[in-house]
Design a protein around this ligand. Structure first.
Ligand code: PLP
Length: 251
């Protein structure tokens, strides 16, 4: 049996320390997310939806896939590895590389010891903000696809490189032969519109560096992100419902 790093506030359903989801609810909520994207003027066929499954078990990964979302984001290496193996176990794929068509995005702290285990599984590393972390990725997964996380929130405690340092970091990652496809940002805490300036700055920097992908926007501010040109929204609660209080604070 797999153990997860979080407790189960609902009191111990078998085989999972994480919350469970109803696939029909996820499908309904996905239509609502697509409606929100469209009503903000976005093309919901073009903007990629990354299902953030932290706090939820492997059934959330399956439900997202069944509803038509193959992109799954994880914040913790252990959760990614555990869900990956549980989901793979339940499938009879003949092709090991295919992974059921899923694409795993990693959005956690990039640490030397976990990069090695994650390297064969991760489709897109979204939280690269230092050369040191990138060197390990380049060593374990040559040519890996990465986003540079930029701290555009103005909050010094947030992760991400400084906006002004972005061109130099991108150049450094390219010299490691990583495939830098875009930039990623977390919006500041507070009302959704507070994220607008941050997202606008991220998009402007991506334009300047001719990077196609902009990963910005979450459950509460996805309209603002769409208006500011996101290509990838990362949604958790909007697809799976609310997490318990402790997991909400996890990042
Ligand atoms: C949890 C998380 C999200 C999604 O948050 P919701 O508010 O549940 O949509 C997006 N990005 C990152 C990096 C996260 O950790």
């Amino acid at each position: 049996m797999t153990t997860y790093p979080t407790g189960d506030p609902t009191g111990g359903s078998p085989g999972a320390g994480l919350l469970t989801v109803d696939p029909d609810d996820v499908a309904l909520r996905l239509s609502e997310v697509r409606r929100r994207i469209a009503s903000a003027g976005g093309d919901s066929g073009r903007i990629r939806i990354v299902a953030m499954t932290k706090g939820f078990g492997p059934d959330a990964v399956r439900a997202a896939m069944a509803a038509g979302v193959p992109d799954v984001g994880e914040n913790y290496a252990d959760e990614l590895l555990a869900k990956h193996s549980e989901v793979a176990e339940g499938e009879s794929s003949t092709d090991d590389d295919d992974d059921g068509g899923r694409r795993w995005h990693f959005l956690g702290r990039i640490q030397r010891n976990t990069v090695k285990r994650l390297a064969p599984l991760v489709h897109l590393w979204q939280t690269v903000d230092r050369t040191a972390a990138a060197e390990e990725i380049a060593r374990r997964a040559p040519g890996a696809r990465v986003l540079v996380q930029v701290n555009v929130s103005g909050e010094p405690q947030k992760n991400g490189c400084e906006l002004a340092d972005t061109p130099e970091l991108v150049a450094g990652l390219r010299s490691l032969e990583l495939d830098v496809v875009g930039l990623m940002a977390m919006g500041p805490a507070g009302p959704p519109d507070d994220a607008r300036f941050a997202y606008r700055q991220l998009a402007a920097m991506a334009d300047r560096l001719a990077l196609p992908e902009r990963s910005m926007g979450m459950t509460d501010d996805l309209e603002v992100a769409v208006e500011e040109g996101t290509t990838m929204v990362r949604v958790g609660r909007a697809l799976f419902g609310s997490r318990s209080v402790p997991t909400d604070l996890r990042r």
